[in-house]
Structures are given as C-alpha cells and as structure tokens.
Design a protein around this ligand. Sequence first.
Ligand code: 1PR
Length: 569
Amino acid sequence: MSFYLLDYGAGNVQSLANTLTKLGYEFKWIASPDDFDKATSLIFPGVGAFGSAIDGLNSRGYLEPLRKYIASGRPYFGICIGLQVLFQASAESPSHTGLGIVPSRIEEFSSADKSVPHMGWNSVEFLDPEHKANEGLDESLHYYYVHSYRAKYDWTHPESAQWVHSTTQYGQEVFVASVCKNNVFATQFHPEKSGPAGLKLLAGWLSQPQSGRTSVPPTQPIPRAPKSKGGLTKRIVACMDVRSNDDGDLVVTKGDQYDVREKAPSTSDGTITGGLATRTAGAVRNLGKPVALAARYFAAGADELCLMNITSFRHSPLLDQPMLAIVRAAAEEVFVPLTIGGGIKDTVDPDGTPHSALEVAGTYFRAGADKVSVATEAVFAVERMRERAKDGGIGEGDGTSAIETIAHAYGRQAVVVSIDPRRVYVEPDYVGPYKNELVFGKPDGAEKERGKAWWYQCTVKGGRENRPLSVVQLAEGVEKLGAGEIILNSIDRDGTGLGFDIDLVKLVRKSVRIPVVASSGAGKPEHFVEVFEKTGVEAALAAGIFHREEVRIQDVKETLATANITVRT
Ligand code: 1PR
C-alpha cells in the first residue's frame, strides 16, 4: 500500500507527519504530479488560506491530478482546507475556484455574536446515526478547530446536504464538521491536533481496508436547528518560558513579575532550600526540562501548550539550534496545538546574512509549531502603522510587518500576539492620551498607588523597555494587521498567584473580535472560573502553579465544570 501526504507548500504539516509516525504509519510526500498515480491512500492536511492552497496546488501542477485521484475512488482524507477545497468556492478568496466536488460555497463566520476565528475544542454531531461510517469519530469527544470560514449546513439543498456527515455549532451557526461520501472523508477540525480523540480517528481511518471506507449518504434531507448554546469549550493553556541557565542548558524557568532569577538567600552559604530542589540565589530559576514538561502537560489534558524562547531578542532563533531541537522534540510528544514564541522579527546573522520574520516563523513551523507568537515586533509594527496614519488614528498596514507576512502565508489563525503590559498609575483627574482607557479600580500594589487610577502600557523585550503605546492601541492594531489571537500577559500579576488582572482582560476582550487568552497571576482553580465568568475570554493560561505542581490541570477543569463552564475532559 502506498500512503501519501499532500503538502502544497504553504502550511505547517509537520503535526500530521508526527501524528502518523506516532501511530506507526509510513508515508511519502507527494513530490510531483505523477505521485498521485502511485498513491493508494491520500491525506491532504490543508492549513492556511483557501487562495494560497489553490495557488500552491496550481503552481505545482497538483490540482488536476488531485481531482483525478478523488474521481478514481481511492481513499481521500481532507483536513481543514483539505475539506474546503472540495467545495466550489470560498468567500476567503472569491477569485479562486475550488474542486467543486461538493456543490456549495464556503462563507465567513459572523463575528456579531462571537470571536472569529473559531478556535478551540468543539464537539461533533452525526447527521444521521445510520450514516456514521467507521472512522471512529465520537460524539462524546471534542476536536480542535481553527478557522474563520465554514460551510454552513443547509438541508434545503439536498445535493450538498447529502455530503454532510456531522455538524458542529459555533454561536448560533450550525456548520459542517465532516463530509463523507464514497471514498471521500474530510474534517473541518484538525485530528492531528485533537489529542487522543484525533489519534483515534486517524488510526480508525488508516486501519480500514479500502473497501471498508465507502459510505452511503442519507437519502432524505435532515434538518438541524441551532441549540441555545454551541459546544466550544474554554481552553486551558500551559506555558513554558525557556532560556539558558547559567550552565548553558535550556530550562523551563518562571519569573515573578518577569524576574526569573532566584531571590535572596535564606541560608548563610547562599543556597535556598525547599520547593523542587536546592537552589542558588541569583541563578536562573530552573523548573524542569522543556520536552519532559510538555509531555507531562499533554498527558495531563492541557488544551494547548506554549513554549516561549524568552531571551531570543539577543540573537536570531535561526542560530539557536538547541531551542529548535527542543521544539522538534516537543512536537513529537504533543498532539494538541503548540505555540512557539520569541525572536520573531527580521534579523541579520553575525556574518551579515539577513533573515525575514517570515523565515524565522517558517523555521518554527517546520520544527512543529502550529502557531507562532510575536511580542516585541508586534509593538513596533503598530507604532509604525500609527505613525503612518499621522492623524492619531490606527492607520493601515503596509504589508511588510511580521504579522502581515506570516498571516498571509500561513493564515491569520497561525499568528498569535503576546502582549506584555504594565500598569502605569496616574492621578484620577489625569488628562492625557490614555484618558479614555483609565481604570478606576482597587490597586493591589504599594501603598503609594492607593486612590490612583491606571492605564496599561506596552513593553518590549520581555518588559525591559516601556513604549508609548497602550494595550488597547496594541490590541486593536494587531487585530487590524491580521493577528488571529492575543495572549494577554500582565507584568504586575506574573508569578504572584493573586489571580488574573480582570480589569486588563475585560479591557482587551472588549477591544477586539479575535480570541483572547488571559495570562499571568493564576494561583488557584477558582481564578480560572473568575476570569471566564467576568470577562468572557476564550482561554486562560498559567505557568508557575502547573510547573510547581501546586494545581493540576485536572483540578482546574473539574472546578470549571462544577461552575457550569464547558471544558474538554
Ligand atoms: O519579544 O517576540 O521576542 O517574544 C518574547 C516572549 O517571551 C514574549 O511572549 C514575552 O512575553 C516572553 N518573555 C520575555 N521575558 C519574559 C520573562 O518572564 N522574563 N515571559 C517572558 C513572559 C509571561 C508568561 C507567563 C505568564 C503566566 N512570561 O509567559 O507564562 O505570566 O505565569 P504565571 O501563571 O506563573 O503567573 P519576543
């Protein structure tokens, strides 16, 4: 049997390759149009944008061979864009034509009642329980979706409805989660990032003999109206800050308000005892090995993982082979989305060789990242955009920023912006550029801040430098440039265990339509309930409490479930 994967050159397909290796399958990549004739089974793990997928297929001469392959009756498994290219066209790129195998169009999600992209773990519902096929799709499990465009489920059009195998609901929209007819099976979600549920589905499809994969569609249209609430779960993200310790080993570290060095000694010889190990004051705090921790969090049920290369602003990540080796090794152990951040910007090697931010991101994607996270460079890009506007407004992108170039090539869902804001306290009668963003809350810091108001200032280089930009200006700017998600840290709350900065999270959540991940300050499971109930964010991230094993991911999810907040269990 010759089992092939199709990569049109634009997206991160390493996750799927890692998944198949994990499942024990050997495969080849389609490397020329002739390979379609050799394939007896084909998976198309399309990520990115509809237009770039069609362009990528066209430029390699793959579009017609793909059409012929599918028409030949040999098994096809399409993932995400690999599902969407089966349709006639997509609103994402009206000038491109799809394969037209499913007689319907892909449209954009409405953002009137929800954030877009639809990003996270959602359920599936079979259309016709008699029409399940044998792939191992399971209504009791959750799968990972990340997309802004979808095929609406329309039972009034029997020619397209007969393709629909299962549906999902986001907000009040019911859309196609999987299609299945004859030799074609395709999912809008990513099984390769869907943890054990996705592994089970892929193993189920791969293990079937060719004849067992055929499926007969229902003959009658089956109506499906939206329920009061969709099935998208709140995500729990575990974040690992990685840097070299004083011996030159890459370790997971953790700061208190971004200071990752051990505090003053508690013994006369300068060592600190207790906690995970005996430690030395002033040394970089070492909380474990990145790959081992990543594997532990995957096994513990983390919905996503982040690896932040926190000192990469000092040198180009392209020269940091040990860090890239860690990303590769982590991606082989983890089958949920993996975000990699740090140093994503245009750089020049010591020998004068220039590298674009897109190249740096591409290196992370090829190493196994599903999303990349941009911090420092995002602040500078928004500053440049606002300068160009000259009227104090938000301005327009010029197509050259890291966010724009990466989003164009890999899709906006692959670009996260990590924000490192710090509170700036001012008198309550402050008059100045950030007046409309002032928070009149209860300061939790020093005595001198009592009675004051504050705004949130952006920083770069891990909080080392303040910039003349507010968190709201940055959030609005990066959304306009094409970021797909925001990780919202707080330097004030980082490592304190005081809980998320609810004022900050509310402010950013209401400023943008893209998903927001609240970060910094989690000290107990109830803090996650608080941030989801009070702000409506899509995800919450923690580091210290998980690294020190003070709170388990399972504890967080059980507490959320008890509070009636939907989680993936
Ligand atoms: O600026 O594009 O090179 O990206 C650098 C990245 O490294 C940024 O995402 C920045 O947030 C991160 N970073 C830089 N320095 C530090 C540091 O700690 N000294 N880490 C740092 C930021 C914050 C979170 C942390 C949460 C939750 N750490 O990553 O995980 O605050 O912590 P908690 O639950 O323990 O409170 P670029």
